[in-house]
Design a protein around this ligand. Sequence first.
Ligand code: MN
Length: 242
Amino acid sequence: MSVLFISDLHLCSSRPEINGIFFDFLAGGVRGAKALYILGDLFDYWAGDDDLADPFNAAVAGALAQCALSTPVYFLRGNRDFLIGERFAAAAGTSLIDDPTLIQADGVPMLLAHGDTLCTDDSAYQRFREEVRSRAWIDSFLATPLAQRKREVEALREQSEREKRNKPAAIMDVNAEAVASLLRAHDYPRLIHGHTHRPAQHLHTLDGRRCERWVLGAWHEGGSVLVCERGICRVEDLRSRN
Ligand code: MN
């Protein structure tokens, strides 16, 4: 049986084609898999679990819950949806997992991460990340009205898109030393992450040990899933049926 990994779908109600691929995937493509792991940025942004009242968000949670009746679904939060909480997890039938989380799949240790913690060359982003992940920031943010939160998150997202255009491409990729120390700290597992939107299979030789690092693809024109079965991983593209 296979284990499936996806990330960086950036779901929002204005991308019907991608949403269709996702709903088809949950209803059919996941069938028979041992588990589905969502490694962050499922949503384009998440302003708080009270946004489950939004019909699109409720539809996503409902489809996940339906899928989870036959296949366990695990959710690791990304930088866009780090405000996902237990209320969403319960509605979607998923279990929240930490970043990073080490699992065993067919005897292969696999370390799962969103990927943003590895982009240590982007020090402005890392400072921002530290601030917004603090309990104090989260509590005070969630205490403001949902409509205001959505406006703020959308403004932040636009600001980050503008800044990204001015940042050198290299600083938005993972830092080699950050990858090496993560691999060392977890005894040289296979590393699976997303975030950078640079899908690839990398082979690292570190301290005489060989480690695979799989970078998941973002869902832009189509979808993409990493399928790992009997210790071997491969990428499958998901296309719209129309
Ligand atoms: Mn991300």
